[in-house]
Design a binder for this molecule. Structure first.
Ligand SMILES: NC(=O)c1ccc[n+]([C@@H]2O[C@H](COP(=O)([O-])OP(=O)(O)OC[C@H]3O[C@@H](n4cnc5c(N)ncnc54)[C@H](OP(=O)(O)O)[C@@H]3O)[C@@H](O)[C@H]2O)c1
Length: 277
């Protein structure tokens, strides 16, 4: 195997991120664990003898702190923006943004923005964990209503945010491929994790009921998708700017042939995060 990579995984205190961290560590990479809950994060990191950091994407100042901490590493070969989840009602964060959008899109956007120089210097792969919900509930995205003011449901807010993760990947590819960053997104399947903990009662029930085994895959199986991209080479193992479902690019219902929506999303995220940079 080639020498180990330095791999930062957010949302690594549980679920897909924790499973991916374990696999990557076992394969000889230097994994850096990022989680929200300090106890859970420390426990996962200790089990892997890996360093850890905490962040709450619902508070962008904590992303600024995290970026400062991560800047101390000599290089970052892979940044997996994996933290995220679904909510159950429209709430506004301390930063003034709709929470589902902030947690799934803006937090990772700001972290990537703050680390951009290091990621370019390292020739990094930046991975977004998206979702099939981007097609199931997100296709009606209005990029001029990213705060879901005109219409909100927990499902559409989540699906649209996960679609924004894909548009963010396209935007990152467009602006940073020539500077050394390989951006790629993937959908992890429907996975038996804690994902539904903050979602609606029905979704919580589905993810916790005995029938979950009928429609979900294990975190380890899902994590293999993230691992493939983290270890892979752009142009050989995946195409930069793409979103993958398994090994194949995922077809999007949302059409943005000329990249206009991706540009609006990018510019809006820049504007929303300007004061934290
Ligand atoms: N499970 C699925 O079926 C599924 C399907 C499609 C996409 N996804 C996506 O996969 C990713 C990982 O989810 P998972 O299924 O592994 O769920 P999970 O087991 O609940 O793990 C979510 C991770 O994200 C972290 N996180 C949640 N809210 C956060 C916040 N406000 N700030 C910082 N970190 C936060 C959690 O930290 P703590 O545990 O420390 O609080 C945890 O480490 C998410 O982006 C999710 O949207 C999941």
């Amino acid at each position: 195997m080639m020498s180990g990579k330095t791999i930062v995984i957010t949302g690594a205190s549980d679920g897909i991120g924790a499973a991916a961290a374990k696999i990557l560590k076992e394969k000889g990479h230097d994994v850096i664990i990022v989680g929200r809950n300090p106890e859970k994060t420390e426990k996962v990191a200790a089990s892997l003898s890996a360093p850890f950091h905490t962040v709450d994407y619902a508070d962008l100042q904590s992303v600024v702190r995290l970026a400062k901490e991560l800047s101390a590493y000599p290089k970052i070969d892979v940044l997996a923006n994996n933290a995220g989840g679904a909510g159950n009602k429209r709430t506004i964060t301390v930063d003034g943004f709709e929470r589902t959008f902030q947690i799934n899109v803006l937090g990772g956007f700001l972290l990537t923005r703050l680390l951009a120089d290091k990621l370019c210097d390292s020739g990094a792969t930046v991975i977004q964990t998206s979702s099939i919900a981007s097609n199931l509930y997100g296709a009606g995205l209005d990029v001029n209503d990213l705060q879901n003011e005109k219409s909100y449901s927990p499902f559409t807010a989540y699906g649209r945010a996960k679609l924004c993760d894909i548009l963010f990947t396209r935007g990152l590819d467009k602006r940073y491929r020539s500077k050394g960053i390989n951006a790629v997104a993937f959908e992890p399947g429907v996975v038996r994790t804690n994902f539904a903990a903050e979602s609606t009662p029905f979704v919580r029930f589905c993810y916790r009921s005995p029938i979950k085994h009928l429609f979900t895959i294990s975190p380890e199986r899902s994590a293999a998708r993230l691992v493939r991209l983290a270890e892979g080479e752009a142009g050989k193992d995946f195409l930069a700017g793409e979103v993958y479902s398994g090994r194949k690019p995922m077809k999007l219902k949302f059409r943005d042939e000329n990249g206009e929506a991706a540009d609006i999303l990018w510019n809006s995220c820049v504007e929303m995060t300007d004061k934290y940079v």
